[in-house]
Design a protein around this ligand. Structure first.
Ligand code: HEM
Length: 184
């Protein structure tokens, strides 16, 4: 019996050691970014992905740690701002910070696409939401980035991205907003 068990046991052990670890990059065209593995079908897709990351606002401001810091400061300012804080009275702020980090990270060219609500749906039920509220939020974002000593050139690009959400956030037709952000 012993004679039979020993070869069986070593065969089982061998299987365990050679099994693939699903957390590791699998293909030849793989890379790791902020602790996650990304795999591509060919070399040019991988090269493009890396070039997109390099060029992104997300990476230029400092990636995940910078986004985490920015959103923490941003919501401190928002919740201290009498013009807009009442909108967040019944909102789970831990969830809101997580969502906002995910949304803005994706909008700034981070590696993980936004899969949450679209901006129209997310703000559709906020009573009386108007341009003055939107401007206050944009102002808090600008003040946050200035406090974090982000370069002006990057701040301008970030504010332009925020501005591009105005029609959706305020639930207006897309063409109802002039390029300077004011309503037509
Ligand atoms: C740059 C403009 C804005 C962006 C990018 C933005 C982004 C977001 C995101 C990503 C969410 C979460 C969506 C989800 O649950 O999946 C959200 C929710 C919310 N936003 Fe905004 N937002 C903007 C402007 C505003 C403004 C102007 C206000 C009000 C002053 C506001 C108030 C809220 C509130 C209260 C929620 C939570 C709604 C709920 O949980 O029911 N947002 N926003």
């Amino acid at each position: 019996m012993k004679k039979l068990l020993l070869p069986l046991l070593s065969f089982a052990l061998c299987l365990t050691v050679t099994a693939a670890d699903p957390a590791q990059p699998t293909g030849k065209f793989s890379t790791e970014y902020e602790g996650r593995a990304y795999t591509f079908p060919d070399e040019s897709s991988l090269a493009k992905w890396k070039a997109d990351r390099e060029a992104s606002i997300y990476q230029q401001i400092g990636g995940k740690p910078a986004m985490d810091a920015a959103i923490e400061i941003f919501y401190k300012k928002v919740l201290a701002d009498d013009r807009v804080k009442h909108f967040f009275d019944d909102v789970n702020m831990a969830r809101q910070r997580t969502k906002q980090k995910a949304f803005l990270s994706a909008a700034f060219g981070g590696p993980i696409p936004w899969e949450g609500k679209d901006m129209r749906k997310a703000h559709a039920k906020l009573p009386g939401l108007n341009d003055s509220h939107f401007n206050a939020i944009a102002e808090n974002l600008q003040a946050t980035l200035t406090e974090l000593k982000v370069k002006k050139e990057l701040i301008d690009k970030i504010l332009a991205i925020a501005e591009s959400t105005r029609a959706d956030v305020l639930n207006r037709p897309k063409d109802s907003v002039r390029t300077d952000g004011a309503a037509k």
